[in-house]
Design a binder for this molecule. Structure first.
Ligand SMILES: Cc1cc2nc3c(=O)[nH]c(=O)nc-3n(C[C@H](O)[C@H](O)[C@H](O)COP(=O)(O)OP(=O)(O)OC[C@H]3O[C@@H](n4cnc5c(N)ncnc54)[C@H](O)[C@@H]3O)c2cc1C
Length: 405
């Protein structure tokens, strides 16, 4: 892993990248097996790394300083993520643990003073775990406006009824932020103003976990199916104003998509590095892999995939950081980057033969992750529709698309 300062970036961002890279390369990657083993020693290795991360002031890049985080801007966090992602273990060791980190951001923006004290602070200190409960088995997750879980006001309580699935971290969670329909069709309000997010402690009567959904054959996962049956919570558990649920979900996903893409780029970068190490050492059919033209094609195609994905994501982050509308660029990277990652990791797996699909290397996890990303945070088709709609709108207005901004 070689991370040099980027000439166009500030000294601060370069410093964060370099110090992050030192910990990832020297402390995390060499200890990955030990940490995964969950042995007694693994706990002490994790503790030691977390302490170093905190000492170096690299803990929780997504949080402001007053909540114990780094208090860095959006661009710095995005650039840090591509380094963190070299190891699948880094995010947790740097205090960014999904879905808690997304919930922390939403609580920071939409939570009242009391909600921050009661839910956000224990979530940050690690005393509590959380989940985000939006997707439903019987309605299209790709169209959150179709959500049928309802919350009705009765006196000073919200009464929630509905059926959710794929609520990640749902077993461990102490509370879930639940997306509920609070306004009926035909009532006042835009179609996007019918949802409200409500905080539900998981020990509330009627919060009934049906099962944990096995993903990629893992039976021990924590993506759960839940029935909400007359779940009663006080009205003060409403997060933000009534009808802001959709906007809060978009807020959560917008910046999150850039971070996920920078994460994917870090993983591709490592997969590329691993592939290169193999091609210059492995002998096949009378020569090193690097001498075979088909494998040279792999190297060139992966280089192109990574560089295009990276530049597109940085451009999108810059648009987000400016006053311009980033929606088309967000959707474009959300489609392009997981697909590029899929190809890059696939080539790396191929050159490793059996080892590529074994647990000796992190490639199989990256492969599954790339595939999963094409569904999570909005499937590809929905993002394609958004891009086409926005582009067509311009042309119907008699304008053309400006790729320069
Ligand atoms: C590992 C993982 C973790 C997740 N964690 C959470 C979580 O913590 N909380 C949560 O609430 N959800 C979570 N989800 C759910 C995720 O957000 C949904 O899977 C996603 O939004 C898609 O919804 P759906 O699965 O209901 O697919 P559907 O909406 O049923 O769509 C199915 C397919 O139809 C196609 N499609 C959809 N619309 C169109 C269209 N207009 N035109 C053409 N084709 C279309 C797409 O190919 C799409 O993949 C998670 C999912 C995964 C895989």
């Amino acid at each position: 892993m070689q991370i040099s300062p980027i000439p166009t970036l500030s000294d601060d961002i370069n410093d964060i990248r370099t110090r992050t890279a030192n910990i990832v390369a020297e402390k995390i990657i060499p200890n990955e097996r030990e940490i995964y083993s969950k042995s007694e020693n693994s706990a002490s290795v994790r503790k030691e790394i977390r302490e170093q991360v905190k000492k170096e002031k690299l803990w929780a890049p997504h949080l402001p300083e007053e909540y114990g985080g780094m208090g860095i801007g959006f661009m710095a966090h995005a650039y840090m993520n591509e380094i963190l992602a070299w190891s699948p273990l880094s995010n947790r060791l740097f205090g960014v643990i999904a879905p808690n980190s997304g919930n922390q951001k939403v609580l920071l923006k939409y939570g009242s003073k009391e909600q921050k004290k009661k839910w956000l602070e224990p979530l940050i200190s690690g005393e509590m775990e959380s989940a985000f409960s939006m997707t439903e088995p019987d309605n299209a997750g790709s169209d959150p406006r179709s959500i049928q879980t309802t919350a009705k006001k009765e006196g000073d309580e919200w009464v929630i009824n509905g059926h959710k699935v794929m609520t990640s971290n749902g077993i461990k969670a102490d509370f879930a932020i639940v997306m509920c329909r609070t306004e009926e069709e035909g009532e006042d309000g835009e179609v996007n103003s019918r949802m409200t997010q409500i905080i539900v402690p998981t020990d509330t009567p009627g919060f009934n976990v049906i099962r944990s959904v096995p993903i990629w054959g893992h039976t021990g996962g924590d993506h759960v199916e839940i029935k909400y049956e007359n779940v009663r919570v006080p009205v003060e558990n409403q997060l933000g104003a009534r009808g802001t649920g959709h906007a809060a979900a978009q807020d959560r996903l917008g910046a999150g998509r850039v971070f996920h893409c920078m994460n994917s780029i870090g993983q591709m970068w490592r997969a590329f590095d691993l592939m290169l190490q193999r091609t210059i050492t492995r002998e096949v059919h009378g020569g090193k892999l690097e001498t075979k033209q088909m494998i040279q094609g792999f190297i060139a195609d992966s280089y192109i995939d990574i560089q295009t994905a990276r530049l597109m994501t940085i451009h999108c982050a810059e648009v987000m950081d400016s006053e311009n509308d980033p929606r088309v660029d967000i959707s474009a990277i959300k489609i392009y980057v997981p697909e590029a990652m899929h190809r890059v990791v696939d080539r790396a797996i191929q050159v490793y033969g059996w080892k590529g699909v074994s647990a000796d290397l992190p490639l199989f996890g990256m492969y599954q992750g790339a595939r999963t990303l094409r569904l999570a945070d909005g499937p590809d088709e929905v993002h394609r529709i958004l891009i086409a709609k926005q582009v067509l709108k311009k042309y119907h207005q008699g304008l053309s698309w400006d790729f320069g901004i």
